[in-house]
Design a protein around this ligand. Structure first.
Ligand code: G1P
Length: 288
């Protein structure tokens, strides 16, 4: 069955971004000038996903509104004759059909994904973690959907990480099949370095079978006392298999202020109207 829907958990408190996140949902913080979550929705839309379910917490409705029309702004841009910007703004609301559901309690990533079950139903679906921003010529999730279409099993994005990152991520036990594809023998969430089966970490893109929802209903709280998506995945592997995809492109964790800053600098360096000035400024050693 074709992958038509994506779930984007976006309910976190964003404690690492306080005080900004007292009033602004973390996923709305800009990478240069574009909210991190915009990048996830754009990547999904580029890969042909039509429906997006945002999982938010109460008070974070701005995240859903971002993807709707903003009549007053559009009228003002029209009056000003700014066709280009007007087109750009309308396109944001046309990327996909975006809806939201609430995660009533912060019980973990797996719990957030389960909150979207009613909207997804009994079909395969993608999951995007908006903190993981990937710049790539082709959408990462598109490559994963191709693998899913071919093999009919869940697919997770992975990358090699340094030892110090292992205990804070989901880690895969891989059986390599090619340079980019492995079968997943096991997965473990936030292992101690000495217990980790590899340095291959899950990065926030998943294509999952609907049976993962059944597993999520059953799993008990795991690492850091939370209901973990990784544990549900581990539960379906024995009967369904899963594959790990090493994606091409540049990855940033925009879930920390420094990561967001690096991603913003990277984004500015891609822009013709900013790159030269930024490079000049950085090169002028402005920090002395
Ligand atoms: C989540 C997942 C983890 C994955 C990580 C990638 O962890 O549980 O398996 O490696 O995202 O960003 P979190 O960052 O929510 O603790």
């Amino acid at each position: 069955m074709r992958v038509r829907k994506a779930v984007i958990p976006a309910a976190g408190f964003g404690t690492r971004f306080l005080p900004a996140t007292r009033a602004v949902p973390k996923v709305m913080l800009p990478v240069l000038d574009t909210p991190a979550i915009h990048h996830s929705v754009a990547e999904a839309a580029q890969a042909g996903i039509e429906q997006i379910v945002l999982v938010i917490s109460a008070g974070h409705e701005a995240t859903g509104q971002y993807f709707g029309r903003v009549a007053e702004l559009e009228a003002a841009l029209e009056k000003r004759g700014d066709e280009r910007l007007l087109r750009q703004m309308v396109e944001i609301s046309e990327m996909a059909e975006v809806s939201y559901v609430y995660q009533e309690q912060a019980l973990g990533l797996g719990h957030a994904v389960l909150a979207a079950r009613g909207s997804v139903g009994d079909e395969p679906f993608a999951v995007f973690l908006p903190d993981d921003l990937i710049w790539s010529e082709t959408p990462t999730i598109g490559g994963m959907i191709d693998i899913f279409d071919e093999r009919g099993s869940s697919v997770i994005a992975v990358k090699e990480v340094p030892d110090e990152a292992v205990p804070s991520l989901g880690i895969v036990d891989p059986r390599p099949m090619s340079d980019t594809l492995s079968e997943v023998v096991g997965v473990v969430e936030k292992p101690r370095l000495e217990d980790a089966p590899s340095n291959l970490a899950i990065i926030g893109r998943y294509v999952l079978t609907p049976e993962v929802f059944d597993a999520l209903e059953r799993v008990r709280p795991g690492a850091i006392g939370e209901i973990q998506l990784t544990d549900a995945l581990a539960a379906v592997i024995p009967t369904q298999r899963a594959y790990a995809y090493r994606f091409p492109g540049v990855h940033f964790d925009v879930g920390t202020p420094l990561g967001l800053l690096k991603a913003s600098i990277y984004a500015a360096m891609q822009r013709q109207d900013m790159a030269a000035e930024l490079k000049g400024w950085l090169g002028s050693n402005p920090f002395n």
